[in-house]
Ligand binder design. Structure first.
Ligand code: PMP
Length: 403
């Protein structure tokens, strides 16, 4: 168990919301005090642009902005040139499809995705594959709705050019055996895009060890600010891609009939970026590293096991991922719409998510209209599990008339 009392000292919301039981970190994590302070410090005491000014304040903003790149590179075991700032995982994933897919996909090529994907992973590739007359292939999910290596092999072929899969499912919490999948994909010459939005906040990620070609995530799911995300790409691949946006800061030379741009990663960062948010992201990552990703993972698993054990005893609770390995529980109260059930949790100050979690294909696969989802993170404790279990008992009892 982590020292949650100490950890909560770094999350101001626990001072203002004394009864808070926050179990919706898979949607967005609570925001770290040090990260908020860094953003505020930039806004209040700097506020200048980066890479442009030739005065001290702008120079300091540039240094802080670039320091985050080093911290992110170290977090992923990447090189700083391979770290591109984006507005979030969604933008990063779209960039992979719009830049790599539009350039390299041809008619008849195949893109492998899965029913487990978040819309932000699936939709950009579905769009680009359609435009390029390439074919989408979906890994058949195993009986417990996970992606397995065995099933991945069923759709992998010489026609596969791109594989885009989630590292950890935001609906069911399963960890994709991504390293083995990447190895197999590379054997047929395909590139692999990893949606790390739910992976990076919860697992120790080493992009060199995984050997993935792209890895995308958002700051807000790892206790950092909204509006900033990361696109990791292998330098050799990024160097051969065109920018997505054109304009300020990314240009090298501009004439009326031709133009050149800066090198990777700067050519992908056009216009005035979300400077304060980038600076703030550094604090969030340093904090998670200090606590230790492995320790966070163990802590979440412990709380999830505790909750699952209790949940299984409650009549009329349907659990969709009993053998999940991370801190996400997907469930429903029998014959009850998840939104109706959610009102009972809200009444008890338990914040959890109800709905399709921006992943409609897997909701259809589970044959339900949506699920309830409790997700644990480093600031949750046994008391949260207790409140969650009590609220579930109340909801199951309240909706008993519909059974
Ligand atoms: N992929 C997964 C697995 C996610 O959980 C999310 C966020 N819920 C996204 C992609 C999209 O992230 P964002 O909304 O931060 O762009």
């Amino acid at each position: 168990m982590l020292d949650v009392k100490e950890i909560r000292r770094h999350f101001s919301i626990y001072e203002s919301e004394k009864k808070l039981c926050y179990l919706d970190s898979a949607a967005s994590a609570l925001k770290l005090k040090e990260s908020n302070e860094a953003l505020n410090k930039y806004l209040e005491h700097n506020g200048t642009n980066v890479h442009r000014g030739v005065y001290k304040l702008s120079y300091e903003a540039t240094l802080a902005y670039e320091e985050t790149r080093e911290v992110v590179a170290n977090f992923l075991n990447a090189k700083t040139e391979e770290i591109v700032y984006t507005r979030g995982a969604t933008e990063a994933l779209n960039m992979t499809a719009l830049l790599y897919g539009m350039k390299y996909l041809n008619e008849g090529d195949e893109v492998i995705s899965s029913e487990l994907e978040h819309h932000s992973s699936l939709m950009p590739w579905l769009k680009v594959a359609t435009l390029k007359k390439a074919k989408m292939q979906y890994v058949p999910l195993a009986s417990d709705s996970r992606i397995t290596v065995e099933n991945f092999k069923k759709v992998l072929s010489k026609k596969t050019k791109v594989v885009c899969l989630t590292h950890v499912s935001n609906v069911l919490g399963y960890i994709t055996p991504i390293k083995e999948i990447i190895k197999l994909a590379h054997e047929v010459g395909a590139v692999v895009v990893v949606d790390g939005a739910q992976g990076a906040p919860h697992l120790k990620v080493d992009v060199k060890d995984l050997d993935c070609d792209f890895y995308c995530f958002s700051a807000h799911k790892l206790c950092g600010p909204t509006g900033v995300g990361i696109l990791y790409g292998k330098k050799s691949i990024l160097d051969n891609l065109d920018p997505l946006y054109y304009g300020g800061d990314m240009a090298d030379q501009v004439y009326l009939d031709k133009m050149t741009y800066k090198d990777t990663p700067y050519k992908f960062e056009a216009g005035t970026m979300m400077i304060g948010e980038v600076i703030a992201l550094k604090e969030a990552i340093l904090f998670l590293e200090k606590v230790g990703l492995e320790n966070i993972q163990k802590h979440e698993e412990y709380l999830k096991d505790l909750a699952l054990k209790e949940l299984k005893q409650i009549p009329n609770v349907i659990i969709y991922n009993e053998n999940v390995e991370t801190g996400i529980i997907a469930f429903n109260i029998k014959n009850t719409h998840p939104h109706d059930a959610a009102s009972v949790y809200d009444k008890n100050n338990v914040c959890l998510r109800a709905g399709h979690h921006c992943a409609l294909p897997v909701i259809r696969h589970l044959q339900c209209v949506g699920t309830l989802r409790a997700s644990f993170y480093l600031y949750n404790d046994e008391e949260d599990v207790k409140k969650f279990v009590e609220a579930t008992k109340e909801a199951a009892k309240f909706f008993e008339i519909f059974m």
